[in-house]
Structure formats: structure tokens, C-alpha cells
Design a protein around this ligand. Structure first.
Ligand code: ADP
Ligand code: MG
Length: 704
């Protein structure tokens, strides 16, 4: 007779004895498909059942575990049977306690007089002793008590119909059978981390049945480390593959264009901008220096110096993340970087997340680069055909024949994700720049890079990325930080106001308009059809507020307008033909109108802190003092407390950290950021140390 195939950790839970179709379906709802999944099913919490107390010793509001026999039970209905309370009385020989469940009449099915029951909860009263909605387990005669009693037991997340005890027994059994098969994933590494962490197999045992609560903590850390380490290894692997296969294109530039560009720019680069540009030039000239020697601050003239020979010989393409708070001047850095590649005879692509921002970049860069003889072309979803100042001129004459393509001057292509369209060609691509990286997914970024043969990559973001997240999401990028804002900036003052104070806010706006300034008013919704009570929509407010601000003019801007309409609203505002822009958060990124000094955000409680900080960054861009007024429903203390963070600080990093704590990484980075791995054990907020540690080991270990 053939032996049944041996089960392994990867086998389906359906193959386990005692797991029928119904139980299997329940487990699958918890994403437990294999034995390995079960082994990694993480308890919500643990219960210390080594220390039962007597019912007589129960104290008011102190959580405790007791056990006894049910001596009475029953259900009472009231309010025409719409409400109920089920109750049983537990006796352990020292005293009795009433356990009650409100409006859960089916609880009656689970308990019978005579049952041995264990109860965990907090007494709401001690005369008579009463616990509402306790955790319970009926102790079944003949069952191995060592699993469920006299130890620290795991309490798992469950799904409907799945009993805690059954799952715990299954975990116990599966552990007994498979624990010896749990291998160290990286045996070499284990020798190094052995002192810090338990083995993986011990960790998994301790995750379910720890001897002490501290063991459970240690177990989680080991398992979190494994997740983070695997990710870091993958990041390192990708990076080395790139370094092995790709040779940096020589894009160090000649200064031929940068020199006149800087001369006409109208301001001096800040120290931080200069330092970052030196880092970029090192990378782009193939001198790829990652030594801290070049981290010293530089003077504006220094970026004109030729790149020094590298101290390492890895001439891999640049992969650089540029972080700088809103208004720190990332666009000028992008422009200089683009010029380096253009000078070297390569084309450059600049991708922005919105049409508004792509259009604004197109205008700025055309203004800057046209006098230098550089072509600037725009590619957005709506403008299928490439448009450029030059081609408009050319079209009056004849277009150049296709064979002339290679000899035409280098071009800067600016666009939205339309740049990724497969049919759109980006020849001779030397540099890819991605603005507001956090609005794109990692996949989109790589798609654009693949349009060329290993072009350099510069990704820019104003969302300050807390270090743990940065190492996790962007661990394959070097990072540069602009930690200084241009000196000529007016201050931004931030105020929190309640809805009732809105008339005063409007009066304030009118005052600033009279002084010649401009204002944004931002709403969270487009129209009232998609809004809940109490949340304003920009289209309705637009019709109301036009009168309010007359004779000053207002324009409307939101994502559902056509590209032409958006462009025209933005254009009128930039040209100061209209003074008030009523908008949704489409203006969150990149928009730059220095004369606008007032930013009012209605229903501010609807936005994340990092997002509000971005919106606030639309003002304070010229020399005038600027104001950000958050109008919110302040009834809830929690909402007000959250928004006060913005009143207190303008430090983007502090705000991002606060947001990360309050709302988690998904919210902070936006839905597009699909790069956040789904961890079972690692927590990017709490596990800073582990992230760093995993990265260090991955660096050492990945190279051997
Ligand atoms: P962000 O980093 O948010 O993209 P921008 O690049 O839009 O910021 O720059 C904000 C404003 O600051 C722009 O009006 C820009 O012209 C101006 N700016 C940039 N660098 C400097 C500088 N070194 N000195 C003075 N103004 C600058
Ligand atoms: Mg910008």
C-alpha cells in the first residue's frame, strides 16, 4: 500500500487530519491556506492563565481570570423584545460572579448549567460581582488541559464560527508536528544574530506558547526581523544587479548651459541646493562617489567644478532620492540636473503627477531653457501630440525629416504618466526626473526608466519620509536632502478656526486681496452629490463666494474639469487675472504662485497632516508674510489636537512622523504608493531599530 504523501510546511491546511471543509473555509477567511500560514498566524494578545484568582478576590475594574461552574443562566427581554440581556452565574466555591451579554441572545446556546468555564474580564461592579462581555472558554472534560490552562495562552484573531479553543488546539498540534521542520532561512546569518534573537523555529514556538510574556515579544521581533531582512536583501540584490549590468551614461555636463542659466535665474542657489547638485553631478558623470567626503556643504561656485574621480569604481547610473520640504527649491535642482544631461548630448524626461503641475513645469522650463536653445516638449493625457514652442514655429515651415531626429538638439520632455505610454518614444534618454515621487508607484517609476538604456534617475519628493519608511521603500536609492529654504521667504503663520468663525476668515481674505495679494480656498469635495452632511463642496461654494469676494475675481479648479479648463483657471490665477482660487487638493503638489499668500482650508479635519502641510506649502513662496487658516469642525477634541500639530510646527519631518503615527504609512504616502509591503510582524512605526539593523546585515551579508 502506498504511503500517504508526507505533509510539509507548505501543504494545504485541508490535508491536516481534523480539518474538514467547513473549518478549512473558516481558516481561509483568515488567510490561513497552508500549514506555514497557520504557524505564522499571530495572536492578538496573550492571556496569563497561570494565575487564576478566586471569584471572592475580584476587584472593581481590575482585569482578572477566574474559573468555576455555571450554576444558573437565563435571558431577559425588554423594550418589546428589541433588547435583551443574557446572563450566567459562575461559582468557584469562594463566591459567585454574574457574567452578562447585552443584545447577543444567541450566547444562550453556548453555555449550560454545569459547564466548567473560564472567564476573563473587568468587573463593572462588585455588589453583586458582575462582568459585562467577558472573554470565556468552556473547559471540556477530557481535553488536554496543558494547552489551555496553567500557562500563557494565545488569543487569536478569529472569524465567525471558529472557536478559540479549537484553533489553539490545532496550533498546538501543528507546532508539535512541524516545529522540527522550521529551518533557519539564512544559516550563515544566524551565527551572527544568534545572540540577539531566538532561532526562527524557537520564535515560532514562542509566538504561540511563550513561557513568559517577554518571550512573545522576542518572538515577534525575530519574525519581524526576518521580514525586514528579506526585503532589504531584495533591495540590495536589485541594486547590485544594476551596478553589474549598467554603466553610467556620461552625463556630467560641460557647464555650457548651466553657466548662462544660473546667471539669468534671478537668485543664487542655496548652500543645500548646491551641495545636492554636486552629489548629482558626481553620480551623473559616472564618478559615483558615495563617500561622505563630498557631503560637506559647498558654495554656489562649486557645482561648476568638474566632478572629481570616484573613490570607488562602481560607475552605476544614478538612483537618487531628493527630499526637500515644500518650497525648498527642488525645481531649480531638477533644472540644473537636466542641463547636465542636455549639455552632454542626452535627452531628459521629467514626469509630474498632475496635468496642472506638468503644465506649470512646461511653462517654467520653456521660459528658462528656450533662450539656451534647448527644446522643451509637453506630453500629457490630453495633449496626445507633442507640443513645443519650437515645433509650433516649425510647423509653419516644414517638419524635419525623420532622419534628422538624431541630429536635432537635445530635448527635455515634460509630462504626466502619459510619458509612460508604450507608443511614446524617448530616444537617447540620459536622465529621468520624477517630481512628487510619492504620487507615483514604484512600478511607474521603473516603467519610465526602462524607456531608456539605464538612464540616471532622480526622484523628488516633498513628503518628508521618516527614515524607517525611506529605508524600506527607497532602500535602493541614495538620498539627498535639501535642509534649507531660500532666505527671502516670508513667514507662514498657521491658525486653527472653527466653522462659526468663517465670516471673520472671509473678512481677512478680503483685506489681503485689497493689499494686492491672492488667496487659495481649498475644499475636500467636488460637489455635494459625493459629500456627507457638514462637508462643503467646491462647486457649490464657488457659486456662493464669487459675490463675497467681488470686485476681486474667483476661479474654480478641481479634478473633474477638462484639462483645458484646469489650465485656463491656473493660468488666470498665475497671471493675477483672478485673485481667489477655489480648489480641491489638486493644487496640493507643486503649484507655485509667489503672490498668493493666503491658504484657507475648509473641513481641514478631512485631510491628513502631511497633506495639509503640502497645501500650506503653496503659500509663503514670495517675500510677503503668508497665512494658512485651517477651518474645521472643532467639536471633537481629537480632531482639534491633531490639527494643532500644524499650528505648532512647520517642520515637515515632525509632521510626517505625527501623521505616520496617527494614520499609518498607507495614508501618509497616498494610495498610489503600492510599494509598502504587507508585513505580518514588522511595524514601520515601532520597528525603527529593526529596520536599520536588517539593512546593515543585508549590506554585509548580501555582498558575501
Ligand atoms: P519645491 O521644492 O516645493 O518644488 P520650488 O522648486 O517650486 O519648490 O521653489 C519654490 C520657489 O522658490 C520658486 O518660486 C523658486 O523660484 C524659488 N526658489 C528656488 N530656489 C531659490 C533660491 N535659491 N533663492 C530664492 N528663491 C528660490
Ligand atoms: Mg515642486
Amino acid at each position: 500500500m502506498p504511503l500517504a504523501p508526507k505533509l510539509t510546511i507548505q501543504s494545504s491546511i485541508r490535508e491536516l487530519a481534523g480539518v474538514g471543509a467547513e473549518r478549512a473555509a473558516q481558516l481561509e477567511r483568515l488567510n490561513i491556506l497552508t500549514i506555514a500560514d497557520l504557524l505564522l498566524h499571530r495572536p492578538n494578545r496573550y492571556e496569563d492563565r497561570r494565575h487564576f484568582i478566586s471569584i471572592a478576590d475580584l476587584k472593581l475594574k481590575e482585569p482578572a481570570t477566574v474559573r468555576g461552574k455555571i450554576v444558573a443562566q437565563g435571558i431577559n427581554y425588554f423594550r418589546k423584545r428589541t433588547r435583551s440581556v443574557f446572563e450566567f452565574v459562575l461559582d468557584d466555591g469562594t463566591a459567585r460572579v454574574h457574567c452578562r451579554w447585552w443584545n447577543l441572545p444567541f450566547m444562550e446556546k453556548y453555555f449550560h448549567v454545569g459547564d466548567e468555564v473560564m472567564v476573563f474580564g473587568k468587573p463593572v461592579s462588585v455588589r453583586p460581582r458582575t462582568i459585562d462581555h467577558p472573554d470565556t472558554e468552556v473547559l471540556e472534560p477530557g481535553e488536554d488541559p496543558s494547552i489551555h490552562l496553567d500557562r500563557i495562552v494565545p488569543i487569536y484573531p478569529l472569524t465567525e464560527g471558529l472557536p478559540q479553543r479549537w484553533l489553539r488546539s490545532l496550533a498546538w498540534r501543528v507546532l508539535g508536528q512541524f516545529e522540527p521542520e522550521i529551518e533557519e532561512p539564512w544559516p550563515e546569518l544566524s551565527k551572527i544574530i544568534g545572540e540577539k534573537f531566538p532561532t526562527r523555529s524557537n520564535a515560532i514556538h514562542m509566538l504561540h506558547f511563550p513561557e513568559e510574556l517577554a518571550d512573545a515579544k522576542l518572538a515577534r521581533q525575530r519574525l519581524a526581523f526576518d521580514e525586514l531582512f528579506a526585503l532589504q536583501l531584495e533591495i540590495q540584490r536589485r541594486r547590485r544587479a544594476l551596478e553589474k549590468n549598467a554603466e553610467a551614461l556620461p552625463c556630467g555636463g560641460t557647464n555650457e548651459l548651466i553657466r548662462p542659466f544660473l546667471a539669468r535665474l534671478g537668485f543664487k542657489l542655496t548652500k543645500a541646493q548646491t551641495r545636492v547638485l554636486r552629489e548629482i553631478r558626481q553620480d551623473m558623470s559616472g564618478a559615483s562617489v558615495r563617500s561622505p567626503a563630498f557631503r560637506r556643504s559647498g558654495s554656489a561656485a562649486e557645482i561648476l567644478e568638474p566632478a572629481k574621480a570616484g573613490t570607488t569604481n562602481i560607475a552605476a547610473p544614478m538612483r537618487r532620492l531628493l527630499q526637500g520640504d515644500v518650497g525648498s527649491g527642488k525645481t531649480a535642482v531638477a533644472a540644473c540636473s537636466a542641463l547636465m544631461a542636455l549639455e552632454s548630448g542626452f535627452n531628459v524626461a521629467l514626469m509630474a503627477p498632475t496635468e496642472i503641475l506638468a503644465e506649470q513645469h512646461f511653462q517654467n522650463f520653456t521660459h528658462w531653457f528656450e533662450p539656451l536653445g534647448v527644446r522643451v516638449e509637453l506630453q500629457t493625457g490630453v495633449r496626445k501630440t507633442v507640443e513645443s514652442r519650437e515645433s509650433r514655429v516649425e510647423s509653419r515651415n516644414a517638419l524635419p525629416p525623420p532622419s534628422a531626429l538624431d541630429s536635432r538638439p537635445s530635448t527635455l520632455f515634460i509630462g504626466t504618466h502619459a510619458l509612460i505610454t508604450p507608443s511614446f518614444d524617448l530616444p537617447k534618454l540620459g536622465l529621468v526626473i520624477i517630481d512628487e515621487q510619492h504620487k507615483f508607484g514604484v512600478a511607474q517609476r521603473e516603467q519610465l526608466v526602462r524607456k531608456g538604456r539605464y538612464p540616471h534617475l532622480l526622484v523628488m519628493t516633498a513628503t518628508p519620509i521618516p527614515r524607517t519608511l525611506g529605508l524600506t521603500l527607497y532602500g535602493d536609492l541614495d538620498s539627498s536632502i535639501i535642509d534649507e529654504t531660500p532666505a527671502n521667504r516670508g513667514r507662514i503663520r498657521t491658525f486653527l478656526r472653527s466653522n462659526e468663525q468663517l465670516p471673520k476668515v472671509h473678512e481677512f481674505i478680503r483685506g489681503k486681496l485689497k493689499e494686492g495679494r491672492q488667496a487659495y480656498v481649498v475644499y475636500s469635495r467636488v460637489d455635494s452629490a459625493d459629500t456627507d452632511a457638514g462637508i462643503k463642496a467646491v462647486t457649490e461654494e464657488y457659486s456662493r463666494l464669487q459675490k463675497e469676494f467681488a470686485p476681486h475675481r474667483a476661479a474654480l479648479l478641481h479634478g473633474r474639469l477638462s484639462a483645458r479648463e484646469k489650465e485656463s483657471a491656473m493660468h488666470s490665477f498665475r497671471a493675477n487675472h483672478v485673485q481667489v482660487l477655489l480648489a480641491t487638493s489638486v493644487i496640493e503638489v507643486g503649484v507655485d504662485v509667489p503672490n498668493a499668500t493666503v491658504m484657507v482650508i475648509e473641513n481641514a479635519e478631512q485631510f491628513g497632516l502631511a497633506q495639509l502641510h503640502q497645501l500650506r506649502g503653496r503659500v509663503g513662496r514670495g517675500g510677503h508674510e503668508s497665512f494658512c487658516i485651517l477651518v474645521a469642525n472643532l467639536k471633537s477634541d481629537e480632531a482639534a489636537e491633531r490639527l494643532r500639530v500644524l499650528e505648532r510646527t512647520t517642520d515637515g519631518f515632525a509632521i510626517a512622523e505625527a501623521d505616520l503615527k496617527l494614520r499609518g504609512p498607507g495614508e501618509l504616502l497616498g494610495a498610489a504608493q503600492s510599494g509598502i509591503p504587507d508585513f505580518r510582524f514588522a511595524d514601520l512605526v515601532e520597528d525603527r531599530g529593526l529596520v536599520e539593523c536588517a539593512r546593515e546585515y543585508a549590506k554585509q551579508f548580501g555582498n558575501s
